[in-house]
Ligand binder design. Structure first.
Ligand code: SAH
Ligand code: SF4
Length: 362
């Protein structure tokens, strides 16, 4: 263990404060950010516009430490999955999904997840800890590096989604700093609309997220009534659906026609009836929403199965007829288990499934 400060834990504001504290100018922070996030340079001696004395000061007191790639798997469809070591006992997964007009990186925010959604592999593994800012932004840096972004002049990762392991709004401060770095011109410079936070519904933090970032929002709804949601997404017992939908409405205010994405996993015989579809339409009448139907992805030990294709199509048609833009998400990276809800990594769980209530969240 080194006691040195990791500069990847700082966004622009906190890095400027750091330089002020060591008696230097704020613009040093801007120079360092450009080296790291524009040029991909993490070796102080190569940061040639910093004085020699500043470089050795930084070398003595700080580091630029990235999480380490353990394995890379590439799917037949071009999807890539990286297993990333975050410490001796834990690893998380990051997935790159190339499409014709975009490249989406799906990043993790926690080691495991404390929320225990019944259909989610990550949730079923228990929870160990939050990722630090450096571990979150480090996933993006290393994916950019692996994809050749720092060498070329073309953006390969055009969109970021917090849909990997963990519940991002339970790691608010580090997720916020990471978003700041993603959207800062001196960081990765992505438009805020191209960054999506997916949440199972931590209502107070949804309001904060709007205030602080206004990035795109995705809600893992998965049910069209409160009782069912209590069962399959247990955080609903703390933040009931009615409050969650009201939070979506508040999030939408002042954002024109920007939609909130509603994620709905299709579970055979659980939430996929035509009655469920009609009830879902009613839930979404107060704010602009678009729906992503996600075919359930199996993982070892689960009893759920995916709805059949006809059922998914019939469900989709009801939503579309009611004027709601609805797509059925394609399952990508099937051959490398890279799909939604399949990310496993290695979680030395401090809170195992049966101990979850001790987190005080559910
Ligand atoms: N914790 C956040 C983000 C990570 S999960 C959240 O829940 O929103 C990303 C998405 O994958 C969520 O919509 C989640 O509900 C969905 N998901 C989880 N397990 C799944 C599975 N086995 N099959 C399909 N989607 C799943
Ligand atoms: Fe956690 Fe999201 Fe999985 Fe639920 S679906 S257990 S909130 S990662």
């Amino acid at each position: 263990m080194t006691g040195k400060t990791n500069l990847l834990d700082y966004d622009r504001k906190s890095l400027e404060s750091y330089f002020n504290e060591i008696g230097d100018k704020s613009f040093r922070a801007q120079q360092v950010l450009k080296w790291i996030y524009h040029q991909g340079v993490i070796d102080y001696q190569s940061m040639t516009n910093l004085s020699k004395s500043l470089r050795s000061n930084l070398e003595e007191n700080t580091i630029i430490k990235l999480p380490e790639i353990i394995t890379e798997q590439i799917s037949e469809d071009g999807t890539r999955k990286w297993l990333i070591r975050v410490d001796d006992k834990n690893s998380v997964e990051t997935v790159f999904i190339p499409e014709n007009d975009r490249g989406t990186l799906c990043i993790s925010s926690q080691v495991g997840c404390p929320l225990d959604c019944k259909f989610c592999s990550t949730g079923q593994q228990g929870f160990n800890r939050n990722l630090t800012t450096s571990e979150i932004i480090g996933q993006v840096w290393m994916a950019n590096k692996a994809l050749g972004y720092f060498e070329g002049d073309k953006r390969i990762i055009t969109n970021i989604v917090f849909m990997g392991m963990g519940e991002p709004l339970l790691n608010y401060d580090n997720v916020l700093k990471s978003i700041n770095l993603l959207t800062d011109d001196l960081g990765f410079g992505l438009a805020r609309r191209r960054v999506t936070v997916s949440t199972s519904g931590i209502v107070p933090e949804i309001d904060r997220l709007k205030e602080d970032t206004n990035v795109s929002l995705a809600i893992s709804l998965h049910a069209s009534n409160n009782e069912l949601r209590n069962n399959i997404v247990p955080i609903n017992r703390s933040y009931p659906m009615i409050d969650l939908l009201a939070a979506c409405k508040r999030y939408s205010e002042g954002r024109g026609d920007e939609t909130v994405t509603i994620e709905y996993v299709m579970l055979n015989g659980v939430n996929d009836s035509l009655q469920d579809a009609r009830a879902l339409v009613k839930c979404l009448q107060d704010f602009p929403a678009k729906v992503n139907l996600i075919p359930f992805n199996k993982f070892p030990g689960t009893n759920y199965t995916c709805s059949n294709v006809d059922t998914i199509n019939a469900f989709r048609d009801i939503l579309i007829k009611s004027g709601i833009v609805t797509i059925t998400r394609k399952t990508r990276g099937d051959d490398i288990d890279a799909a939604c809800g399949q990310l496993a990594g290695k979680v030395a769980a401090k809170a195992a499934r049966h101990q979850k209530n001790q987190t005080g969240l559910i």
